[in-house]
Ligand binder design. Sequence first.
Ligand code: CUA
Length: 337
Amino acid sequence: MARPSKIRTAKAAGLTAVALLLTSCVHNAPQDALKPKGTVSRELNNLFWPVFWIAVGVFVLVGGLILIAIIKFRERSEDEAPVQVHGNTRLELTWTLIPFLLLAGIAIPTVKTVFDINRIPKDGMVVEATGHRWWWQFSYPDQHFSTANELHIPTGQKIVIHLTSVDVIHNFWPPELAGKLYAIPGRTNRMVIEADQPATYYGQCAEYCGTSHANMRFRVIAQTPNDFETWVAQQRQGPATVDPTLADALAGQQLFGQTGCAGCHTVQGISAGIVGPDLTHLQSRSVFAGSIFAMNPNNLRAWLRNPPAEKPGADMPNLHLTEDQITKLIAYLETLK
Ligand code: CUA
């Protein structure tokens, strides 16, 4: 019968094979860093593959030599001591020189890539990305407005992200467009992203930052320069005035001031809270609450009933609103196009 350790090894090898097989079956992985969709991620990818294949070569060589040593020089009889070897200068020089040359060779493109991707263009459009527990704020300082969870950028342009945090350390990572960078309180880090094609790219906070770390997602929405300008013009406008025939929406607007929403949220010209996302154009976004819920009345209702139940640890408290108050607030939020 096979020994327990052999069974364990066989099981581990089997599981590894299944895991590798499943990994290779994954299609439509929206956060695949190996499928670059922009200049910066492509540069990183162009560095990754040669280094990966060199590592594969080293693995095969070293693994092969170990196998040869194990099989060819295994113990054959119990009482015969093997030939004792003390040092082999030529061999030692070889296994020192080869890794040295490999690492020196890899260092050249690595250092070049590090400098290339960290070169901040002076005329690049600036977006300030600020990490909050647990959502991302995106401000456009030149265009004077702020949004949340969805970062709009024009395609074919280098965008300079000024990255910081208001509470703990977060990490900004849109895998298809760029590498990761820390968002650190009291400090501004800068990174460049650029997208080739109009599309929505998924991103994620990549540094454990508390209970809802996994709920701190975002989307980069790359648009043609024309579509982007249209979006900017729309975001720069104040909120639409509430149609006076919409009684619920008007009542909701009152509640927005009375129940405490206004203390934390900005609606341009109406409130100036800075704790939560700017809601001036809430309905222009497709997701809310750290990009985890689709923007629709049902999700907004569940959220307003009890935010921390929907996103554990959320700063927004349970305001113990009645269903009627929630209906009115949603009617108001629906006007924030
Ligand atoms: Cu923010 Cu993890």
